[in-house]
Design a protein around this ligand. Structure first.
Ligand SMILES: NC(=O)c1ccc[n+]([C@@H]2O[C@H](COP(=O)([O-])OP(=O)(O)OC[C@H]3O[C@@H](n4cnc5c(N)ncnc54)[C@H](OP(=O)(O)O)[C@@H]3O)[C@@H](O)[C@H]2O)c1
Length: 296
């Protein structure tokens, strides 16, 4: 027997395998493209010919395939016996994906947990790793040697596996907002003749400001009272007007800057003036209520 099995050795699965092996765990692996798993062989890593054989080799299986559809497809073909095994799904998805996979694993005799690794593969096995889990507390405890190997911050979010994917959706929305901001920023930097590297040096200086926006925004959104003396809504419109024009010159189509400008305009049309820009979230609440018939 090995300590843990990893099904799917793409970039995330391979990083998980390496971290587990580096920490002294014996690891079984299976991957559709065998060369990718063979590259990990040795140093406590055993490559298996089938997913069923790999699952049978360990008490814990970590599923690290691309998505839920592919996970089901792999399980359709392999039909592994999960009796007495703890199965942890790591693929990205949405909460609705969770129950069908959970039922399938439980029907095959396994216990089920959800996980989401919230950073790049390079962070796995380092102090920067951040992963969240949902499932029974005793199952999370059983994962102890694996979570110790992945290192950093390994957080049990509670008994509901579906909540992990809800959390991951929120985290992904934040991540893509950041990535989009960076991509548009790179085009604007080129247009303005500012070397992106020069700008990038200043980014860490903004960290306290970003944190402050979140801290302040959290309180205002929770209270639904957006009174805030610094940076009222009216102060954003001219800036966003300028930036929208520059984004167009920079060749950015469908820029978020134009979207932000329109949102600020609409909020001002509704009479908001001195409020914090977090007041724009009220629009989403109203639309949710209109679309889903719920109270805002
Ligand atoms: N990369 C990241 O930074 C990151 C961070 C957090 C979470 N994640 C999540 O981790 C999951 C895996 O992502 P990844 O970055 O490791 O992707 P990846 O490198 O593309 O690996 C995808 C894995 O799925 C397998 N696969 C794809 N299509 C298949 C099929 N039809 N049949 C069988 N196996 C198939 C691949 O096998 P082959 O090698 O045979 O193609 C490989 O093992 C995703 O849900 C992703 O959202 C990724």
């Amino acid at each position: 027997m090995t300590d843990v099995t990893v099904i799917g050795t793409g970039v995330i699965g391979s990083a998980v395998v390496r971290a587990c092996a580096d920490s002294g765990l014996e690891v079984s692996v299976w991957n559709r493209t065998r060369e990718r798993s063979e590259a990990l062989a040795g140093r406590g890593v055993r490559v298996h010919a089938t997913a069923a054989e790999a699952v049978a080799a360990s008490p814990i299986t970590l599923l690290c395939l691309l998505n839920y559809a592919i996970t089901h497809r792999v399980l359709d073909e392999a039909a592994p016996d999960f009796s007495g095994r703890l199965v942890v799904q790591n693929a990205s998805g949405v909460p609705d994906d969770v129950s069908p996979l959970r039922e399938r694993v439980e029907a095959a005799g396994g216990r089920y947990m959800e996980a989401a690794i919230l950073n790049y593969p390079d962070a796995i096995g380092t102090g920067d790793c951040f992963a969240v889990y949902g499932g029974a507390a005793e199952d999370f405890k059983e994962l102890g040697r694996v979570t110790a190997a992945l290192a950093g911050k390994q957080v049990h979010l509670g008994a509901d596996p579906g909540y992990v994917k809800a959390y991951h959706v929120v985290s992904s929305a934040f991540y893509y907002a950041f990535v989009n901001g960076f991509l548009e920023c790179s085009a604007i930097a080129e247009t303005m003749g500012v070397p992106l590297g020069d700008f990038a040096e200043s980014v860490p200086l903004y960290d306290p400001g970003f944190q402050n926006t979140i801290d302040v925004g959290l309180g205002l959104i929770a209270r639904r009272d957006y009174t805030f003396e610094q940076a009222p809504l009216t102060s954003h419109l001219d800036v966003l007007d300028n930036l929208t024009g520059i984004a167009e010159r920079a060749g950015i189509d469908r820029s978020y800057l134009g979207v932000m400008r329109e949102r600020v305009r609409e909020a001002m049309d509704q009479g908001y003036r001195r409020e914090h820009i977090a007041v724009l979230t009220e629009r989403f609440r109203s639309r949710r209520a209109a679309v889903h018939g719920r109270r805002p």
